[in-house]
Design a binder for this molecule. Sequence first.
Ligand code: MLT
Length: 310
Amino acid sequence: MRILVTDPIDDAGLETLREAGHAVVTDYGIEGGPALVDALEGVHGLIVRSGTEVTRQVLDGADELVIVGRAGIGVDNIDIDAATEHGVIVANAPEGNVRAAAEHTVAMAFAAARSIPQAHTRLKAGDWAKSDFLGTEVNNKTLGIVGLGRVGQEVAKRLNNLGMDLVAYDPYISEDRADQIGADLVEFEECIEQADFLTVHTPLTPETEDLISHDELAKLDGGYLINCARGGVVDEAALAEAVENGTLKGAALDVFAEEPISPENPLLDVEDVIVTPHLGASTEAAQENVATSTAEQVLAAFNEEPVLNA
Ligand code: MLT
């Protein structure tokens, strides 16, 4: 079988596929749309991360495609309806990068609370700006978690151990499960109102698009917003305004509505918005995990065995 990989994945995944006797081509520079349709001629398996848009147009033109493997959690860059209509399996790797994403979220919370990137930049420029930075401790503060799934739960455990109280909004989780994690399950508005730090861990769906906008940011008055999930969940213009005008103390973002982020994005001009380029899953362990798991799913599909996470 022929497999095309259009976003960088760990060699472990490529080796797994090659050792099984398949022809694997990596091409990380393909423009989406028609160029991807051309590249998919005669291809049976496509492996992507978040950088490749697998649209209806792409799937309409990919006659021999059996499976799209997503080496990561989110499948919002794949048109699932079109894939289903074409009988193309879509499989993700929902476990392998959970810890990495949770650790990055915690790192971003601290980076925002203590202005680490801003202080770093000033010091590197020769400015010992000790008196310009007065941080916030997370101890005894409330963490609001929107989305208590795999990553949300891991973030909850870590920040609870660091002295934070937990409130969570998640319509899909039971009170018992939230209790086990030590989180009070509350309504969406209450979650935001109680939070000193609000962290978002939802997929991007029509229901969650711009879930956090002007009204919600006003309710988070004096707090911090952390988003290491999906960019479109937070209204970026509203967030830039809320941090700029002091409604929020700061925000830390790993994900953006448009990636790579445009240099014109207003968020980049706001001092107390800190940013990383979608690095949540970028650890050696996580990348090896998701690449191997995705490769195994592709092999299962080729062998007509059950595909997990499809
Ligand atoms: C994910 O959905 O797991 C992340 O977006 C991973 C990635 O960086 O591809």
